[in-house]
Design a binder for this molecule. Structure first.
Ligand code: VG1
Ligand code: CO
Length: 543
């Protein structure tokens, strides 16, 4: 083996987005592309000499090749040890747990999350720090800056490592420790939740369907739900990870997980349904005949978390991303605890969690998590739901109705316009920035605009400021419209329009969502001229 120093040139566009760098797989497979970005990450964190790193990914196409390259580069850059998930697999929350548990200096996670996989689809890479969480903006800025002046990278000249046998092996002077991707994570879940109560729930005939969407949570769900908790075999469907996720989008929402929705609305529907995404950090939750929006799920989990052992002492606070509905705020208010509104992306929760100011966090995009790791965690949310269901012995539908009658209902929906020409999407947002000062006081669709701004986040822990995080338009009746551009897409721009309306009256908690939101949808169109700017008559995806 020999350490090669390979001359290279900066590659444009290697700017990490909401959650790491995401590109078309073929772009990642291009000459020096992965190598340049990996070296930039290593350089940006002050090198990896003598450091311990965690490595794994969601098993999508190119995961196995990328793992070999990153191992060789870590070795050439002097890393002491890499803790690798067997077969190169680790879910995002499991990686976060391993970084924390093993006191590693950080970790590299290979995933484009909910984006489809395959040679013609997407690939991604993200770096998490020693707290187990996504690198904060200060670090991703350094990574991007380094991609722009990189002139060489280091890589070990050596053959591929067999990623299968558990235990320690070596690559050059570096130790590679191959671990079971599931074991430590399953142990952590057992510490947080009342597994006996959940076991009894299944013994009592409770039926569940968990759709792993051919992605990384398959092995985790098989082990935890079926083997440890005793759910009948067949509870987990699509449980074998495949490099192209069975040709689908591993995105747990009513559009891409329509099989599950259909099963949950069928005559013989199970009691509980759930799904997770490519890298296992998202969750979708359904009861028999009811879909729980992620924003509502966050609120219900926060209101009931004390039923699980890990949270029996109460929560220190709740944080939600800005576009997430304000249902959780009402719970925080009732509990008398802190409530924070952060920009989109899990990296903004890290400081609040590290400082012990919040216990539970969530995003409208099907992400929920707690201070047990520093990532959102799909199976964790499913297990917390199961723990609550085991203690309350009520159908999901009844739990939701009771929650709404106590707190009011925040009707909520997100409309996505995908692959919009970048200039048009930018122009739409820029125009809103320009007119936002004039909106307050205006009457739109019978509602008065109370405030409008481009959200800037002031991190209360480290004082950093993140600007231009999305347009917020709040109405006097509690309704709200948020518009922002996605930071995870790989084609053109994706405009996300988030719509919310608060309804305190229990007699009006059973309206079809589209109907309840109709005035808000019309107001969004009237203010933002979405049709005109995007040239689209309707959204591509509604969740
Ligand atoms: C989307 C979601 C955001 C989430 C991010 C990463 O980002 O909106 O809430 O944190 O994906 O999730 P954007 O910028 O496209 O809106 V994952 O599970 O795809 O890593
Ligand atoms: Co994900």
């Amino acid at each position: 083996t020999r350490i090669l120093t390979v001359p290279t040139e900066p590659i444009e566009g290697q700017k990490p987005g909401t959650s790491g760098l995401r590109k078309k797989t073929k772009v990642f497979m291009g000459p020096h592309y992965l190598e340049n970005f990996t070296q930039s990450v290593f350089d940006a964190i002050g090198g990896v000499q003598g450091k311990v790193l965690v490595l794994g990914g969601d098993g999508r196409y190119f995961n196995d090749r990328a793992v070999q390259v990153i191992l060789r580069m870590a070795a050439a850059n002097g890393a002491a040890r890499v803790i690798l998930g067997q077969g190169g697999l680790l879910s995002t929350p499991a990686a976060s747990n391993l970084i924390r548990k093993r006191k590693a200096d950080g970790g590299v996670i290979l995933s484009a999350s909910h984006n489809p996989g395959g040679i013609d689809e997407d690939f991604g890479m993200k770096f998490n720090g020693a707290n187990g969480g996504p690198a904060p903006e200060s670090v991703t800025d350094l990574i991007f800056a380094r991609t722009l002046d990189l002139s060489e990278y280091r890589i070990l000249e050596t053959g591929d490592l067999d990623l299968t046998p558990l235990g320690e092996t070596s690559m050059g002077a570096m130790v590679v420790e191959i671990v079971d991707p599931v074991a430590d994570y399953a142990e952590l879940m057992g510490q947080l939740f009342d597994f006996d109560a959940i076991r009894n729930l299944f013994i009592g005939g409770f039926r569940m369907r968990f759709d792993a969407m051919h992605a990384v949570t398959g092995p985790y769900a098989h082990e935890i739900l079926e083997r440890i908790l005793g759910a009948p075999e067949g509870t987990v469907v699509n449980g074998t990870p495949s490099p192209d996720f069975g040709g689908g989008h591993p995105d747990p929402n009513p559009v891409w997980a329509d099989d599950l929705v259909e099963a949950m609305f069928a005559k013989d529907a199970p009691d509980f349904g759930a799904a997770s995404d490519g890298d296992g950090d998202r969750n979708m939750v359904l009861g028999r005949g009811i879909y729980v929006t992620p924003s509502d799920s966050l609120a219900v989990l926060a209101a009931n978390a004390h039923l699980a052992p890990a949270y029996a002492g109460g929560l220190s606070g709740i944080a939600r991303s800005m576009p997430t509905s304000r249902a959780a705020d009402r719970v925080a208010e009732k509990l008398g605890i802190e409530c924070h509104e952060t920009p989109t992306g899990w990296k903004f929760f890290g400081n609040l969690l590290d400082a012990g100011r919040v216990t539970i966090c969530g995003e409208e995009s099907a992400g929920t998590g707690s201070d047990h790791v520093r990532e959102k965690d799909g199976l964790w949310a499913v297990l917390l739901w199961l723990n609550i269901l085991a203690r309350r012995i009520e159908p999901v539908e009844q739990i939701m109705a009771a929650h709404w009658s106590q707190f009011g209902r925040n009707y909520y929906s997100r409309h996505d316009y995908e692959a919009v020409p970048v200039e048009r999407a930018n122009a739409l947002i820029q125009r809103l920035r320009d007119i936002s000062g004039d909106l307050p006081g205006q009457q739109v669709q019978g509602m008065e605009v109370a405030s409008a701004d481009d959200f800037a986040y002031h991190d209360p822990v480290d004082g950093s400021v993140s600007k231009n995080q999305g347009i917020r338009i709040a109405f006097a009746d509690g309704s709200r419209v948020v518009l922002r551009l996605s930071g995870t897409g790989t084609e053109g721009a994706t405009l996300r329009v988030y719509l919310e309306r608060y309804e305190p009256d229990p007699a009006r908690h059973d309206l079809p969502v589209e109907e309840a939101l109709a005035p808000v949808i019309a107001a969004a169109e009237e203010i933002a001229l979405i049709r005109e700017f995007t040239g689209r008559e309707r959204p591509d995806v509604t969740t």
